[in-house]
Ligand binder design. Structure first.
Ligand SMILES: *[C@@H]1O[C@H](CO)[C@@H](O)[C@H](O)[C@H]1NC(C)=O
Ligand SMILES: *[C@@H]1O[C@H](CO)[C@@H](O)[C@H](O)[C@H]1NC(C)=O
Length: 328
């Protein structure tokens, strides 16, 4: 976003804050109150989103989040929306729970109820390409797709899908009654239009900021006695696959890499992308790689390092865009 746009947003923000303050006395709506406690709280908070307990633990252990002393949280639809600062930048954060429905509803609630300039997601993912991403690394994808939206074709259908189960028969390839599966596009609903898409692009302005600000980010190598074998790195520009099933199967992981050039698999990023795009909100995704699809599960120490490293990336990003969006 350009400086001018940000300046306009700031002015608009201040105007709205003033207008809302006068309404606050009559409407004892906790959500409005949190947004309107004047400049103590930035008008345009950044929305930090993550899915799992493991991610939340990383946030707690980091000590970077400080809850607001007066209004530390609001509960809506079973989710707790936390208000405070992350390393001094005003944010709201929510733990969504895993899988697309839960992630999408929590992100939508955040966007509807609070004034956020955008969504910063951090989470965990499995690597589908060990040459590119190993546990402990952080992927900053350029696009995300739902790869679990299938049209399941009939056995021996003329018109076959890309994924043919018979190709994976052992000991020899052949046919198989599971037939084939075609990966489908999804409909992206937005304000004035709906369109069929496969890839959901990360907001380019935020992606560009991330590539610039995070390129020298130092990640954590050890956590409570567990250390990574190598030095973790931030990898930019990958493609990410999301589905409601967790990909632990090597053959399917290889398929996703070959057919879609997807280097990671998770169960949340696609929903963050779809919901943000539908609301025309900026968003960016940071995925800590916690395992390699199809290999021995990483121990919990390694998943913790992965979560922590994704949080470090999100925090650096948030701090680097914050000065423009905090209240005066
Ligand atoms: C899916 O959408 C893309 C555009 O994003 C389009 O090029 C492609 O033809 C569509 N595929 C199907 C199967 O509809
Ligand atoms: C596949 O993705 C990698 C980065 O994740 C990229 O460097 C490469 O050009 C892509 N290949 C194709 C064929 O798109």
């Amino acid at each position: 976003m350009s400086r001018i746009n940000l300046a306009v947003l700031l002015v608009l923000g201040l105007l709205l804050v003033t207008a809302k303050q006068s309404m606050q006395m009559s409407l004892r709506n906790p959500t409005a109150e949190i947004e309107t406690s004047s400049c103590k709280v930035a008008f345009l908070r950044l929305g930090l989103v993550f899915a799992s307990d493991n991610n939340e633990k990383a946030l707690e252990e980091s000590g970077l989040f400080e809850p607001d002393s007066e209004n530390p949280h609001v509960d809506i639809a079973g989710r707790r929306f936390h208000v405070g600062t992350l390393n001094k930048t005003p944010i709201m954060y929510v733990k969504t729970g895993t899988h697309s429905v839960k992630v999408a509803t929590a992100v939508q609630t955040l966007l509807l109820k609070f004034h956020t300039s955008g969504i910063i997601f951090f989470g965990s993912s499995g690597s589908l390409d060990e040459n590119m991403l190993v546990p402990g690394d952080v992927a900053v994808p350029k696009a995300v797709a739902f790869t679990g939206v299938w049209e399941w074709k009939k056995f021996e259908a003329q018109n076959k899908g890309q994924l043919a189960f018979g190709h994976y028969n052992v000991p020899v390839n052949g046919e198989n009654k599971l037939g084939t599966v075609a990966h489908e596009n999804i409909t992206l609903y937005s304000h004035e239009e709906s369109k069929e898409v496969f890839w959901l692009p990360i907001s380019s302005s935020w992606y560009d900021v991330a590539t610039k600000e995070l390129k020298d980010l130092e990640l954590k190598k050890c956590h409570s006695g567990t250390c990574l074998p190598g030095t973790p790195k931030v990898v930019f520009g990958s493609k990410a696959s999301t589905s409601d099933f967790y990909v632990k199967n090597k053959a399917y992981g290889d398929f996703l890499l070959e057919k879609f050039n997807a280097s990671t698999a998770d169960s949340a990023s696609g929903s963050v992308a779809l919901t943000s795009l539908s609301n025309k909100k900026l968003f960016v995704v940071f995925q800590g790689v916690s395992n390699v699809a199809g290999e021995e599960s990483s121990n919990s120490g390694i998943s913790s390092i992965a979560s922590y490293n994704a949080l470090l990336a999100a925090t650096k990003f948030i701090n680097s865009i914050s000065h423009a969006t905090t209240c005066l």
